[in-house]
Design a protein around this ligand. Structure first.
Ligand SMILES: [Zn+2]
Length: 215
């Protein structure tokens, strides 16, 4: 159990910093409630922490994390849809102004998708979930068969972001706000190797600072 000590030591530092040295921060968050302007849909990957990467404070961003930062299509079938439920809360109740699909390099979920079906069903949940992005895989297989597998995965990681952006619009309460100019959507891609953050603009991914300067 020694490895758990790293987490408990971290908690002690957190508590000292925020509840002993600056108690007003969480006191305010508790009394006023949360009102984040951003919904970030990110991957579960342990190297990709939106709060850390964008150096945000508590209360700034509402984060959904799932395998490969995917947005499913709108399915109202009475079943449990965790990502859709969290999106519904962020948009209808918290009234966030921006949705950011936050993809990344070396995504294990995307690699799994690119590898194809897993015999023996050892990934009984991952394979059906990754079906959301199957069109991204088909696009890469059809257009970039000559590229090596790692590059194909990168292309699929980026193509899957567009699928999630498209799927956002299958939710009427997102599309209505988007069409009315009350809600903005973004596709971002974090490169773990270089630490670079790119934003989707048309078919390209450009350094986010260039997009923000030009817009
Ligand atoms: Zn991932």
């Amino acid at each position: 159990m020694q490895e758990v000590k790293k987490l408990l030591d971290g908690y002690q530092r957190f508590h000292k910093k925020y509840f002993q040295e600056q108690p007003e921060i969480y006191k305010s968050l508790f009394e006023q409630g949360q009102s984040p302007k951003f919904l970030v849909i990110s991957c579960c990957d342990s190297r990709v922490h939106p709060v850390q990467i964008m150096d945000t404070d508590s209360g700034d961003i509402f984060v959904i994390r799932n395998v490969a930062s995917l947005v499913p299509i709108n399915e109202v079938d009475g079943k449990s849809h965790g990502t859709s439920a969290a999106m519904e809360f962020a948009i209808k109740h918290l009234d966030v102004k921006h949705i950011i699909i936050f993809g990344h390099s070396q995504c294990g979920g995307i690699r799994s998708l690119m590898e194809g079906d897993h015999l023996g069903h050892e990934y009984g949940f991952i394979d059906p979930w990754m079906e959301i992005a199957k069109a991204a895989r088909e696009e890469v297989v059809n257009n970039y068969a000559d590229k090596d597998f790692d590059e194909q995965c990168v292309r699929c990681e980026k193509a899957s972001i567009q699928i999630s952006l498209n799927n956002l619009m299958t939710f009427p309460w997102i599309k209505e706000r988007y069409d009315a100019g009350q809600l903005f959507v973004h596709g971002w891609y974090f490169d773990i190797d270089s630490g670079s953050l790119f934003g989707k603009q048309g078919d390209q991914f450009l350094p986010v600072q260039d997009i923000l300067v030009s817009s």
